[in-house]
Design a protein around this ligand. Sequence first.
Ligand code: C5P
Length: 405
Amino acid sequence: MAPPLDLQGRHIVLGLSGGIACYKAADLARELVKAGATVQVVMSDAAAQFITPLTMQALTNRPVFASQWDARPANAMAHIELSREADAILVAPASADFIAQLAQGRAGELLPLLCLARPIERCPLLVAPAMNREMWAHPATQRNVAQIAADGAVVLGPGSGEQACGETGDGRMLEPEQLRDALIAFFQPKWLAGSSVLITAGPTFEAIDPVRGITNLSSGKMGFAIARAAAEAGAEVTLVAGPVHLPTPQGVRRIDVTSAQQMFDAVLPAARRHRVFVATAAVADWRPAQFNGQKIKKDGKKVAPSFELTENPDILAAVAQLPAAERPWCVGFAAESHELARHAREKLQRKGVPLVVGNLGPATFGRDDNQLLLVDAAGERELPAADKLTLARALVREIAQRMNP
Ligand code: C5P
């Protein structure tokens, strides 16, 4: 099932000020268009030294605006017209000079003029700084950035790393996909503003010897989608992840673990500091009682080795049994192969948690979509088949509503 376009129906003014990161603005424009937005590019004179308006026009299917004297709008007031129809203005790259102009409320060129003239409550301004690390670290820039943030601009990044000048440090513009996702997150409802969410995701791996182990089938995709959705909803998010190959959602603190015991050791102290705990990890129920320090060799007699297993701690049950004052609001997952509702309700009681989310394991493992059944004391509610991020956003909303009815 194709996921919905997250920026469908949004009209974005994409501003480019001068800087080598303008080459990334072309990709950013494409990403925004692919996500469903209409994109109106506005470029400063300096930006046109780095990338042509023609390129940006071709990618957005709209002529670029570059001058406050542009006579195309019927009233000849590009700075007013452009901001009145925008759902947001995103300036990427935002140079040190552009940020200084914003901080001072200057209006000598179309781009800062447009930002100054925008209806401030209705048209948010997001800026993605891009500059050399010394320019970024300079007290003047830091002062200006603090000022524009105080005036209501949302500052995205900057990132850190290799710079076009050959130096390494803070000041790189965030990547186009990161900026796209930050804009998508910006528009999501803030169900969990001021809250904190701890999530377990992925499988665990229980070592038998240095090269073998026991694990569960789990891609971690559902848990990572919930981490992203919770962060988009304004929560502070900690994600404790078993061995998976997935990128960390933006703004999420990630702790990587391997075994169930390591996951338990990471979760228990953290649980007390979070308002919500969502256990999506497919934790191995048992681990080998002994770890063989050396690889177990075939002995040539065709006799398979046998192992004793010992039970792993139940992380969710342990968190659910914390004293009430320290206990987060707990959500369990149930991956079943049949009789979903009955098994999920059993789990609700056995684990002592207020909500269990059931899904049919074999039908969803590793896939991009899923279907959820929410089971709590009040009854059952189905979240129909959709991509995992759409479901995660719906689940986050359901959790927020149950916590604060
Ligand atoms: O115990 P069972 O595997 O049936 O329950 C599944 C739920 O409990 C999931 O939310 C899972 O993340 C959690 N769990 C856990 N620690 C375990 C086993 C399961 O947190 N050792």
